[in-house]
Design a protein around this ligand. Structure first.
Ligand SMILES: [Zn+2]
Ligand SMILES: [Zn+2]
Length: 812
């Protein structure tokens, strides 16, 4: 009896069909199942794939426990540390581990996917059977999908033959990439890392003439950052092995895909000399390789070089690196440098990839074929084993926080992961979050500060424009561009330099107002004004929250008067204004309306570098990352917009945004100038901005946070209550508040429920509750006692939904 029971183990499994509840399954003891194993289970009538979360000692009683089946060896189990980290994060954010798994894994993982086979070697051994030879020749140079092979060799046990050919290392089995497929071979490219001297070249010409021929071609094409392998092979008659041999010797780098290499941006290929501060950081990093490092420094001070050097050293020791960026498209230069530095050892994960591409990158990581992963938010869950370092670039960026369920913050998740894996972290930023900075001061993080720009480029000079004075001079009319800014633009253009104008508001005009009765046109589904757009197909009035479109009314919908006017200005109106002011100049607008294409950033980047654009006007998306040496003037058109946002982080956000935008100026030969237009010139934040002193700003901000009781001096958990029926939402919110009041101990405040800043979105009403307290455990206990019992009873189909947000970024 006992023997039989002992031979069975029980496991909790989560599946894509139901991510909220782990179900228990049994497995024979001999099966090598562990947390992270990918398994096949019966769920209701379906057979689905799932992931083992944990082993359980005793199964739930009274249930018929079904067996699980281990998936064949094509997909190895997830690293156990990753499962551990997902459990930790799920616990911290009060969400199910399954919902995090779903956010973390590529969409295709647990669905069916095809495989394809390609040749691994050109030398086919003689001992193959005739049928096997037929299969090999059918697969040919281009490779074939399993589907095609099964069709062509129907009834001939093709599966068995393929298995043997893979085992003999004649074929390689790969997950089919729906989008790019075989194309990727055509996209292979070669970049010169170190040109040979004449002596070396002579030797090579004797020993390996084809390699020498390729190298000579590369040296001759010095102005091109890379060349396509297919072209080189045609010109020299060499094979793929030639490129691989050259890479092994360190002359060149081989790339799977040339598309993300930036043309005309060669500076990344050359070696960089470290500044004293960069060297000091690296020595700190080497002394404390397992600590959390906060690296802050102005734009252009060379943070990227620090990340790369640290990554290099970690990889030198045989460890892997996770390198996180807010958005891939915004950092083409950094990605190119990483690709050049690490070649095919790199995998890139972001939402711009097709489903197939994402899955195949993910599997390359899982199978330990790469040593560095670059990616956006969800890459924090990349299944890398043997992790040695996590880099988080622009750690203050909001895109690290997922704004929908499950609301996790990838920066915090990275810290959880580092703790579990015992690795170091580098958090980098020009303007760290106030919380990170406080940890730095307290000595919890090792803080390094880069104060000088590399190559002695000076920080741009900042000038404040008082728009109130401008308003008086204009006889009560609000100007888009102040006189001073127009003068500066003229001067800059006359000198043949480029201008960036920054305005974080897209569209033509942000609202329509009736001058007679004061009526403002609002979205019928959301409590926001409709923005006027021009020059599109479709209707000109648009809601930025739900996307609804309406015709422009000719008379006021409320009083019928014809005196209805467009108020304020967005990027479109600025563009129009500029075209009028500077005829003949090339003006380009970059916002979400113009930059939706996959390659739009690359195009913008290329055109800016080529000097084809005179004035670039855009939203937040142009404030980050780019390196445009021709830009010497940056204008911030409305510095007050984010400052007036009713949230305790508004000063932090404004400081960061303006400093980042300012960082676009003067990255070339000419020193930069920054003009900031504001109606609140007396605000202290501008003094700190002018001196560029983040530390002083942060200290002032910390004083305010301490007095007002905000993070890092308090812990916050917010709850959003949302539904279509206003009364039901109100009722649920009040019930929840009551329960929380009952559970909150002394020192924990329950604030609200209050109406959210934008009370209605897509027809759903929103109320917010906030838990706040100095002690994190106490705040969490209040949540566990007061909110969890109610949350657990809500199903996905209930009319009122409650979403918890631990450490919310916005409270509205
Ligand atoms: Zn009216
Ligand atoms: Zn709307």
């Amino acid at each position: 009896m006992a023997g039989r029971l002992d031979s069975i183990r029980y496991f909790q499994v989560i599946t894509p069909v139901d991510w909220n509840t782990p179900y228990t399954y049994r497995a024979d003891k001999r099966l090598e199942v562990r947390p992270g194993s990918i398994v096949r289970v019966q769920l209701g009538r379906q057979r689905v794939k799932g992931i083992v979360l944990a082993e359980v000692k005793t199964p739930p009683s009274g249930l018929d426990i079904k067996p699980l089946q281990l998936l064949s060896d094509e997909v190895p189990p997830l690293p156990e540390s990753m499962v551990e980290m997902i459990k930790t994060a799920a616990n911290y954010y009060f969400v199910s581990p399954g919902s995090l798994f779903r956010a973390a894994s590529p969409p295709g993982l647990l669905k069916k996917h095809g495989y394809r086979y390609r040749m691994k070697t050109k030398r086919v051994p003689l001992f193959l059977t005739e049928e096997e030879l037929e299969v090999v020749s059918y697969i040919g140079e281009k490779g074939k999908s399993e589907r095609a092979l099964r069709q062509a060799f129907r009834g001939k046990q093709v599966g068995r033959m393929l298995k043997r050919l893979v085992k003999l290392e004649i074929l390689v089995k790969e997950v089919e990439d729906e989008a790019s497929g075989i194309q990727s071979i055509k996209r292979r490219a070669l970049a010169l890392v170190r040109p040979p001297d004449s002596e070396e070249l002579k030797k090579l010409q004797k020993k390996a003439p084809k390699q020498a021929a390729v190298l000579e071609k590369m040296v001759a094409a010095k102005s091109e950052p890379f060349r396509l392998c297919a072209e080189l092979a045609q010109e020299t008659g060499c094979s793929y092995e030639t490129f691989a041999a050259l890479e092994k010797k360190g002359w060149v780098r081989l790339f799977h895909d040339f598309r993300s290499l930036v043309r005309g941006d060669r500076h990344f290929l050359e070696g960089h000399k470290l500044t004293l501060e960069q060297a000091a950081f690296l020595s700190d990093f080497n002394k404390h390789p397992k600590a959390i490092h906060l690296l802050y420094g102005v734009t252009g001070s060379g943070k990227t070089e620090c990340y790369l050097r640290a990554a290099d050293e970690v990889m030198e020791k045989g460890k892997s690196v996770l390198y996180m960026v807010p958005e891939i498209g915004l950092t083409p230069a950094a990605i190119s440098r990483l690709k050049v530095r690490f070649g095919n050892d790199i995998a890139i994960l972001h939402s711009g990839l097709s489903r197939g591409e994402r899955l195949s990158e993910w599997l390359r990581i899982l199978k330990s074929r790469v040593r560095i992963v670059v990616g956006t938010r969800s890459a924090v869950f990349a299944p890398l084993s043997n992790l040695g370092l996590i880099v988080v670039d622009e750690e203050n960026d909001h895109s690290y926080k997922q704004s929908s369920h499950p609301r996790y913050n990838a920066v915090h998740a990275a810290l959880f992961r580092a703790k579990i894996e015992g690795t170091g972290v580098i958090l980098g930023s020009a303007t760290p979050t106030i919380e990170s900075y406080a940890h730095g001061i307290a000595g919890k993080y090792v803080m390094s500060h880069l104060t000088t720009r590399v190559e002695q480029k000076v920080m741009p000079e900042m000038r404040l424009i008082d728009m109130k004075a401008e308003f008086k001079r204009n006889k009560g009319k609000k100007a888009i561009l102040s006189e001073a800014l127009v003068e500066e633009i003229k001067r800059t253009l006359a000198a043949g330099e480029q201008v960036i104008l920054f305005l974080n508001r897209r569209g033509y005009a942000p609202f329509l107002l009736c001058r007679k009765c004061g009526f403002v046109v609002q979205c019928p589904q959301c409590s926001v004004t409709l923005t006027v757009h021009s020059g599109y197909e479709g209707k000109p009035l648009r809601c930025h929250y739900c996307g609804i479109e309406q015709e422009l009314p000719h008379v006021c919908p409320s009083c019928g008067d014809a005196f209805i006017q467009m108020m304020g200005f967005g990027t479109q109106k600025v563009e129009q204004h500029l075209n009028r002011l500077f005829p003949g100049k090339e003006i380009f607008r970059a916002d979400r309306d113009t930059m939706s294409g996959k390659k739009s950033f690359q195009k913008l980047h290329d055109r800016m570098l080529a000097g084809e654009i005179d004035i670039l006007v855009g939203t937040q998306m142009i404030a980050r990352g780019h390196h445009f040496p021709g830009v010497s003037l940056v204008g911030v058109l409305d510095a007050d917009a984010s400052l007036k946002f009713p949230d305790f982080r508004s000063a932090e956000r404004t400081f960061s945004l303006i400093l980042q935008a300012a960082g676009r100026a003067g990255r070339g030969e000419t020193p930069g100038r920054v003009l900031i237009q504001t109606y609140l010139p007396e605000n202290k934040i501008f003094d700190f901005l002018k001196s560029g002193n983040f530390a002083d700003f942060a200290k002032e901000e910390l004083k305010f946070r301490e007095k007002a009781g905000y993070p890092p001096f308090a812990h916050l958990i917010s709850l959003e209550i949302k539904g279509e029926n206003e009364d039901e939402v109100k009722e649920t919110a009040e019930k929840l508040a009551k329960s929380l009041h009952g559970a909150a101990e002394k020192g924990v405040a329950v604030l609200g429920p209050f109406k959210a800043g934008i009370y209605r979105v897509k027809g759903r009403y929103r109320r917010v509750l906030l838990l706040r307290g100095e002690s994190r455990p106490a705040v969490r206990r209040a949540f566990t006692g007061g909110a969890l019992p109610i949350l657990r009873n809500i199903t996905r189909n209930d009319p009122v939904q409650i979403t918890p947000d631990v450490d919310p970024l916005f409270i509205d």
